[in-house]
Ligand binder design. Sequence first.
Ligand code: OSB
Ligand code: MG
Length: 369
Amino acid sequence: MKIAWAEVRQVELPLVFPFETSFGRQDTHSCLLIRLGTDGLEGWGEVPVETAPLYNEETTGTAWHILERFILPLLLGREIAHPQDFPPLVRHLRRHHMAKAGVEAALWDLYSQQREIPLAKALGGTRQAIEAGVSLGIEPSVDALLARVTDFLRRGYLRIKIKIKPGWDVQVVREVRRAFGAIRLQVDANSAFTLEQADVFRAMDEYDLLLIEQPLGEDDIVDHAALQAQLRTPICLDESIVSPDDARKAIQLGSCRVINIKAARLSGLSAAVATHDLCQQRGIPVWCGGLLETGVGRAANLALASLPNFRLPGDVSASDRYYHEDLIDPPVTLNRDGTITVPASPGLGFRVALDRVEKHTVRKATFKS
Ligand code: OSB
Ligand code: MG
C-alpha cells in the first residue's frame, strides 16, 4: 500500500468526569488523530498524548513536531507492504514512541482493511470478547470514591482499579475492601512512591489485590525488584516498560510479575505484540492498559487485548465511561456479562464519525509527498 497523504488533527474531548492521578487532574483528553490515505482506503490511528508531559515526556506539541518534520516525510509516497515494515523506518529517531505508535496504528487499520480481516485477527487475536475493567481516579473523599465504585460495579465492570498516591493509599484500599468484599481490585500509583515508603505496600499485601501498578520511579526496574522481593502481591510495571527488551530485563531482575501493555508507550502495535509474546513465553500475564483514548485508539486496544496472554481484565472500558459522544460508531459498550465484544468486521471494526471528529478538532493539517 502506497501512502498518498496524511492528515494530522489535534482533538480535544471533554471527559464525562474529571480524572485525577498522582500526577494531576484532567477534565479533557487532548490527542492527535492520524488519518492515512492510499488510493481508495483510509486508516486511522490515535496518538494518546495530552498537552502536558505528565504520564511520559511526550505532548501534543512534541508529537506534532516529530510527525511533521521527521516521521511523515519518511512515509509519504512510500510503498509499505506490512505495518511491521514501519518500525525499522523510524528506528533511528530516538523515542517519541506515541507519535510513532499513532502512525503504525493507522497502517494496521489500512492493512487489515486491505486484507478484509479484523484488526484483531491481523494482530494474532484469538478471543471474541474481552473482560472489561475500569480505572477510577483519586476522588475528593473516600465516600465519593465508594460511590464511583458502586456505580461501575452496577454497570457490570469485572475489575476495579483505583489510583493511589501518598496519603491516599492503604486506608483507601481498606475502605473499598470493607465496602465491596472480594471484588477484583488493583491499584496504580503512577510512580508516586519511593522505596523508602515500602511499608505502605507491605501493609497493602493483606488486601489480596490482583496487583500493584507502577509504585516507584517511571524509569526504574532496580528498586522495583527490591520492593517485589518484599511482597506477596505482584507488582505490575506500566511506565517503566517502553520496549520488549525492557520487559525482558524487568522479568529477569524480578522487578514485576505482571506487565501492563499499552501500544502507544511501547512505540506501536508491533512492539506491543512482541512484548505480549515475550511475556507469554516467560509465564508473565499481561493486560491492556489505556490512556483515556477516544474510540479510535480504544478500537485498536480492544483488538490487541484479544491476544491470548491478555489474561487479566484491562483498562478498556465502554465509551460512556469517558465521553458523552465518542468519535466512533457504534460506541464501545459492555455486554451483560461485563465483557466487550471484539469486532469481527475488517479493520478497526468501527466507523470514525467525521462530523464529531471535525467538531472537536482544534488544529488540522494535511501532508502530501
Ligand atoms: O497509568 O494507566 C495509567 C490514564 C492516563 C494516564 C495513565 C494511566 C491512565 C489510566 C486510565 O489508568 C486508563 C484508561 O481508562 O484509559
Ligand atoms: Mg498505569
